[in-house]
Write a protein that binds this ligand. Structure first.
Ligand code: PBG
Length: 334
């Protein structure tokens, strides 16, 4: 459009007028970010040697159960509505069938019970996938060098059930097997766990941005091959829309797009098309990028983190899973 074709725009539209003062910028801002938008991913461990900072994620620590309870309380005090749990399992417990995932007394279940006992009003989300428990480092069960679908789903259902019985509020299947949302929903309902929600990692890409996470849960070194036969090709968007539509039809209460920053286009399209609660995951590699570059003096840490989080709100996220949750919530309180 030429300026003259915009009603009232002639001779010059002064867009800067609305940017002139801080109060005015606040008045006209289209999106807001608050602690209530944030979900904090926490790593938990059993072996004392593991309960330490993760080298590829400076500033992120694995907690033992007592430490996780205390940290969860700090998150809740900052106004964060929910946490999600990821376990670093003793390698001696990892097997090809990942049976430890279905042990009602496994690290995740013990942590859920302890956090829920101490902080009943903090939301607890459990990841459903076999990679922390599996000696092949895959999200499902490997047979003849292939991650098999239906047998994996059976184990994922058992994993989701023990997590729900331990008291988590939401199970979040991140495995990308076909049919797992329906199978988990049916099993939860049959067990009377009708109020346990499902946050489906519906559009999860086979991404190099997960590298530091695999160090954090100790699955990276074990991973044979890659996850391209079940996670999505970064080239595709239409396929993400089918994945989301299927998971909604199978009973997902919320859907996720993952990773975050490199996939804002997918997030925006999913939110605009389906309109249901849409979560984004600013993953470990995104955390590492911003954190390590800030430590090296490239960025103002606080500004870069808050800008990245606002980008998710602008793209349509209802909630953001981020390793920055506690720091960001504290800054937003000031
Ligand atoms: C496991 C899982 C992964 C992440 C969350 N759940 C890793 C993977 O799929 O390899 C990544 C999270 C992150 O990078 O922060 N299914």
């Amino acid at each position: 459009m030429t300026p003259a074709s915009i009603p009232g725009a002639f001779p010059l539209t002064r867009m800067r007028r609305n940017r002139r003062h801080g109060w005015l910028r606040r008045l006209v801002s289209e999106n807001t970010l608050s602690a209530a938008d944030l979900i904090w991913p926490m790593f938990v461990c059993d072996r004392p040697a593991d309960c330490a900072e993760i080298p590829t994620m400076p500033g992120v620590t694995r907690y033992d159960v007592a430490g996780a309870v205390a940290a969860a309380g700090r998150a809740q005090a900052l106004g964060i509505p929910a946490i999600c749990l990821f376990p670093s399992i003793d390698p001696a417990l990892k097997t090809p069938d990942a049976r430890e995932a279905a042990n009602p007394d496994n690290l995740v279940c013990r942590t859920v019970r302890a956090i829920k006992a101490a902080h009943p009003d903090l939301g607890v989300i459990c990841d459903v996938a076999l990679d922390p428990f599996n000696s092949d480092g895959h999200d499902g069960i490997v047979r003849d060098d292939y991650v098999v679908n239906d047998e994996s789903v059976e184990m994922l259902v058992r994993q989701a059930l023990v997590q729900a019985e331990a008291g988590c509020d939401i199970v979040a299947p991140s495995d990308m097997m076909d049919g797992r949302v329906r199978a988990i929903r049916q099993a939860l309902d049959a067990a009377g766990l009708i109020d346990v929600g499902i946050l489906s990692y519906a559009a999860k890409y086979a991404s190099a941005f997960y590298g530091p996470f695999r160090d954090a849960v100790g699955s990276g070194g074990m991973l044979k091959g890659d996850k391209k036969t079940y996670q999505m090709d970064p080239a595709n968007t239409d396929e993400a829309m089918r994945e989301v539509a299927i998971d909604i039809a199978e009973g997902a209460d919320m859907v996720m797009v993952k990773p975050g920053m490199p996939y804002l286009d997918v997030l925006s399209r999913v939110k605009q098309t389906f309109g249901l609660p849409t979560v984004t995951y600013q993953v470990s590699g995104e955390y590492a990028m911003l954190r390590v570059a800030s430590d090296a003096g490239c960025f103002d840490y606080r500004k870069i983190v808050l800008e990245s989080l606002m980008a998710f709100k602008r793209a349509g996220a209802d909630a953001i899973i981020t390793y920055f949750a506690c720091e960001a919530a504290a800054w937003l309180k000031e």
